[in-house]
Design a binder for this molecule. Structure first.
Ligand code: NDP
Length: 331
């Protein structure tokens, strides 16, 4: 996870007087995309330097069992998977360091990135693998039941709720998609929507409404969760702020957040094209951004799939794109 910084504010501060370290390939971020990019870049002799960021290992370190990453027939825990990927990246000589990219300047032919506001790296190629952060409601109970029934990824964790009752919060395409995915596994899915309309596209909204085991709870907001160690239910408020406001309790085993993700791309905003949400735009079918020598992979550029295995695949693409860029540049 990478701290969002307002680049304009940072620019107004005096530039730190530090000697630059020159590297061939800088990888920012240490999720499946970053580690896979590192494995490929190291094996291609790009001597990659990787900065792990605030959450070494990325989002997967907050999940429990991962059963859909190919190659682990018995499943693997998120932290173990990331340790394996890290060990593989280190084995081929990736220089893995603790630190966070806090500022970038892609205006010149050499790309500048500041680590922790002090250490300046001048990189021939930069691979951005800073990921995205799922948004949470901000309830204390989300922390309390983390790993005990609260999840922000139905595709990752839905399987553990087969035959059970769950709730999904949100009214956008992600919430609709996750609700339908869970409806195929679970006995009942409550879709908790804060307004009386879905933001999701018409076709997705229609599919939700036609799915018999999805019950949409219109104009409901989540007040809290309850349960002995694990989620057993949620307390909701219906018609909040209106004369007919009332408290509602539902019995559920899983509580899924689907209120959006925030890609960690803020420090690159002045130099790269991003969509309105903040996802970095890449040339379709590649990891190339609009700045030559700067590549993006994983969730920071992927609003659609957001899976560990697709992130890993795009990390491989970024390393190959970086290698080819250097080859063409130096020939
Ligand atoms: P969106 O921003 O589109 O939707 C977020 C939803 O969460 C909204 O319904 C919003 O409610 C609700 N929400 C936000 N904050 C809260 C809160 N504090 N409490 C309760 N509800 C809240 O995010 P998505 O992740 O759904 O989608 C992001 C983008 O990705 C969109 O452009 C979407 O179309 C796209 N996408 C496309 C897919 C596809 O085409 N298959 C699949 C998934 C995503 P409100 O409506 O009231 O603001």
């Amino acid at each position: 996870m990478f701290k969002s910084l307002n680049l304009t504010e940072k620019k107004e501060e005096s530039a730190p007087e530090v000697a630059a370290e020159k590297v061939k390939c800088l990888i920012i971020g240490s999720g499946p995309a970053g580690y896979t990019a590192a494995i490929y870049a190291a094996r291609a002799n790009l001597a990659p330097v990787m900065y792990e960021g605030l959450q070494p290992g990325g989002q997967l370190t907050t999940t429990t069992e991962v059963e859909n990453f190919p190659g682990y027939p018995q499943g693997v825990t998120g932290p173990v998977l990331m340790e394996d990927l890290k060990a593989q990246a280190a084995r081929f000589g990736t220089d893995i360091r603790w630190g966070m990219a806090t500022r970038a300047d892609f205006s010149g032919s050499v790309h500048k990135v500041w680590i922790d506001d002090t250490h300046l790296i001048e990189a021939e190629t930069v691979i951005i693998a800073t990921g995205a952060t799922a948004k949470y409601l901000g309830l204390e109970d989300e922390q309390k039941y983390a790993g005990g029934g609260v999840s922000a990824c139905a595709t990752c964790d839905g399987f553990f709720y087969r035959g059970k009752d769950v709730a999904v919060v949100g009214g956008g395409d992600t919430a609709a998609e996750e609700a339908m995915y869970l409806a195929g596994l679970c006995r009942k899915v409550y879709l908790i929507v804060r307004r009386d309309v879905l933001r999701a596209s018409k076709v997705m909204a229609e599919r939700v409404m036609k799915t018999p085991n999805i019950e949409v709870l219109w104009k409901h907001q989540t007040k809290g969760l309850f349960g002995d160690g694990v989620v057993e239910g949620a307390t909701l408020v219906k018609n909040k702020g209106e004369a007919n406001e009332e408290e509602v309790k539902i019995k559920i085993d899983g509580f899924f957040l689907a209120i959006g993700h925030q890609p960690n791309s803020e420090i690159f905003a002045d130099y790269l094209d991003r969509d309105p949400v903040g996802y970095i735009k890449t040339v379709p079918g590649t990891s190339k951004t609009k700045v030559p020598g700067v590549f993006a992979c994983g969730d920071v550029q992927d609003p659609h799939y957001r899976q560990a295995v697709t992130a890993a695949g795009s990390g491989c693409m970024a390393a190959i794109d970086a290698e080819r860029y250097l080859m063409e540049k130096n020939n």
